[in-house]
Ligand binder design. Structure first.
Ligand SMILES: C[S@@+](CC[C@H](N)C(=O)[O-])C[C@H]1O[C@@H](n2cnc3c(N)ncnc32)[C@H](O)[C@@H]1O
Ligand SMILES: [Zn+2]
Length: 166
C-alpha cells in the first residue's frame, strides 16, 4: 500500500498559472528550474474507480494510486492545471511528487504525461501538445506501451510502475 496523501498540495514558488497554447490555462515557470527539482506535490482525497467514473466527475484532476483507488485533487488547486505533453518536462519521482525531467527555462510551460499517472479504463483524450513525440491520443492504457516504459523508466506513479514491473 502507498503512503496516505496530504490533504493539500504544494507547488514550487516559481510556478504560475497562465494561458497555454496547448489548452486553456497551464502551469509555467517564472524562473529557471533545475533538473530533478521538486515542482509539484499532490494531495487530496482517495476515491474508488466507480466513484471516479460517475457522470460529471472531472477524472483528469486525479492520479491512479492503486487498482481501485484514485487521488482526487482539491477543487481549484493550481497543481491541477498542469497540461499533458507527450514529451513532458516533469515526471514522477515519488508518490504524489512531480520533479523536473530536464533543466527548465523561465517561461516554459510545465507539462507531464498523463499516461504516467492514469490507468483509468476508458480514459482517452485527444492531444494537442504539438511535440515531435505527440501520440495524438492519450489513454488509460498507454502505460502498457513498451516505448513509453522505455522512455520513462521508473518515473510513473507507483501503482502503474507496479503493473509495468509485474
Ligand atoms: C488537468 S486539466 C489542465 C488544465 C486545463 N488546461 C484548464 O484550462 O483548466 C486537463 C484538461 O486540459 C486539457 N488538456 C491538457 N493537456 C492537453 C493536451 N495535451 N491536449 C489537449 N488538451 C489538453 C484537456 O481538456 C484536459 O481534460
Ligand atoms: Zn501529444
Amino acid at each position: 500500500m502507498w503512503p496516505a496523501p496530504e490533504t493539500g498540495c504544494w507547488l514550487h514558488p516559481a510556478v504560475e498559472v497562465r494561458a497555454s497554447p496547448i489548452s486553456g490555462v497551464g502551469l509555467f515557470a517564472r524562473a529557471p528550474i533545475a533538473v530533478d527539482a521538486r515542482v509539484s506535490r499532490l494531495g487530496g482525497r482517495l476515491v474508488s474507480t466507480a466513484a471516479l467514473l460517475r457522470p460529471a466527475t472531472d477524472y483528469v484532476d486525479t492520479i491512479t494510486v492503486d487498482d481501485d483507488i484514485h487521488l482526487v485533487l482539491p477543487p481549484d488547486t493550481p497543481n491541477g492545471k498542469g497540461n499533458h505533453s507527450c514529451d513532458p518536462n516533469l515526471w514522477w519521482a515519488a508518490p504524489y511528487t512531480l520533479v523536473a525531467r530536464r533543466d527548465i527555462a523561465a517561461g516554459e510551460e510545465l507539462t507531464n504525461d498523463y499516461a504516467t499517472s492514469t490507468g483509468v479504463p476508458g480514459f482517452a483524450m485527444p492531444c494537442r501538445c504539438g511535440t515531435a513525440f505527440c501520440r495524438g491520443r492519450v489513454t488509460g492504457g498507454d502505460w502498457a506501451r513498451l516505448d513509453l516504459q522505455a522512455r520513462y523508466g521508473d518515473h510513473w506513479v507507483p501503482a502503474l510502475l507496479a503493473k509495468i514491473r509485474a
